[in-house]
Ligand binder design. Sequence first.
Ligand SMILES: Nc1ncnc2c1ncn2[C@@H]1O[C@H](COP(=O)(O)OP(=O)(O)OP(=O)(O)O)[C@@H](O)[C@H]1O
Ligand SMILES: [Mg+2]
Length: 144
Amino acid sequence: MSNIMEVKFSAKSENESLARVIVASFAAKLDPTIDELADIKTAVSEAVTNAIIHGYDEDESKFVYLRCEINENEDEVKIVVEDRGNGIEDVQMAMQPLYTSKPELERSGMGFTVMESFMDGVTVSSIKNDGTKIVMTKKINLPK
Ligand SMILES: Nc1ncnc2c1ncn2[C@@H]1O[C@H](COP(=O)(O)OP(=O)(O)OP(=O)(O)O)[C@@H](O)[C@H]1O
Ligand SMILES: [Mg+2]
């Protein structure tokens, strides 16, 4: 059977590290390498930071939703990070390397690029003024 975990937390930047730790402990069951775990934690950080900064404009009264699933074969972890905030008008443009809508905050526009390079799959669905959902998957411990 698959294994599922769900949590919601306030859109506070201090909760970014919480999200990383939660996902890392959950995925630890798959016995990932240090590198695999670091990749997952980085990708989660990027997605959660985006939800807080872009989705909610740092409104701490809002919530970020995090869901993790380990598949039946126990060789893949799926992570879903969701906000019910601003949404993205043009997802394709937003995912371009170096694109940022907040250059004044010294963002580099590399969050999605990082997620895509560290994970095996990244899917973004978003509706303007409704929210954004990021689904990321990573294979763990594939036979070398
Ligand atoms: N959850 C979200 N809600 C609304 N807009 C988003 C969300 N996530 C990303 N975006 C939009 O996509 C753009 C690109 O995101 P990305 O993470 O690649 O770069 P960034 O956050 O601007 O900079 P960096 O991640 O390098 O600090 C953002 O500037 C923002 O306009
Ligand atoms: Mg970002």
